[in-house]
Write a protein that binds this ligand. Structure first.
Ligand code: AP5
Ligand code: MG
Length: 221
């Protein structure tokens, strides 16, 4: 069960990817999370990636693609994976397809979480994330029980550097120009399933599971 979650910044890829990962017991592979972990540990890759992420631009393909290919090859991804934030342009999609073909695998479905621009900005500007466990909150839609503190692990929650107003605008523009063409790319291959990303998190999960079952027939635990 190899799934791609496609959608603009703030559409809910991380939120839904996390739930689906537990439900289907397959890893969520978020390129954004892997890059941010590298930025935190100040690895060479992280230092280079940060320059692009702070501007809201895409990190160059040669950095990201290698990272994803290595992750897909890990043991826990053998029976499936959920890609969150990858591919993000046509080149990445083509490399992914070639890589999977060489491994005797393919993509089962591409779930496009669709949310209007106004809502995306509201979600991103209010998002707060736990520094330690990565749990995601929202100042209005999903506030933590104690201000500034993660409900799950008690660590500090913070605002992502790229969730500042100017960077949000840049990210949305990059999405429209570079990532949105993937909707047509995967529609032509018959893999794209559009899901309305507005509504409650649970409701959206149910719609996504229905879309996956329709295209892939997986067994849900
Ligand atoms: P990445 O981390 O992938 O960020 P993104 O695509 O901009 O998406 P987000 O993580 O911001 O949003 P999301 O869809 O996960 O939404 P979430 O569930 O958190 O990438 C960051 C950067 O890394 C990029 O700009 C780029 O520089 C680089 N990068 C990453 N991948 C790359 C690649 N492949 N190639 C090149 N560069 C790459 O939800 C958002 C908020 O809304 C949360 O507060 C949440 O609580 C709330 N929310 C979620 N669902 C709902 C709901 N149903 N109702 C109300 N609120 C909701
Ligand atoms: Mg995310």
């Amino acid at each position: 069960m190899n799934i791609i979650l496609l959608g603009a910044p703030g559409a809910g890829k991380g939120t839904q990817g996390n739930i689906l990962s537990e439900k289907f017991r397959i890893p969520q592979i978020s390129t954004g999370d892997i890059l941010r972990a590298n930025v935190r540990s100040k690895t060479q890759l992280g230092l280079k990636a940060k320059e692009y992420m702070d501007k809201g631009a895409l990190v160059p393909d040669d950095i990201v693609v290698g990272m994803v290919v290595d992750r897909i090859n890990e043991e826990d991804a053998k029976s499936g994976f959920i890609l969150d934030g990858f591919p993000r342009n046509i080149n990445q999609a083509e490399v992914l397809e070639k890589t999977l073909t060489s491994m005797g695998k393919s993509i089962g479905s591409v779930i496009g979480i669709e949310v209007d621009r106004k809502e995306l900005v509201r979600r991103l500007s209010g998002r707060r994330v736990c520094r330690k466990c990565g749990a995601s909150y929202h100042t209005i839609f999903n506030p933590p029980l104690n201000i500034g503190m993660c409900d799950k692990c008690g660590s500090e929650i913070y605002q992502r550097d790229d969730d500042k107003e100017e960077t949000i605008e840049a990210r949305l523009k990059v999405y429209e120009q570079e990532t949105f063409p993937l909707v047509e790319y995967y529609s032509r291959k018959g893999l794209y399933r559009a899901v309305d990303g507005k509504g409650s998190v649970d409701q959206i999960t149910m719609t996504i599971v229905g879309a996956i079952e329709g295209s892939d027939n997986p067994k849900v635990s």
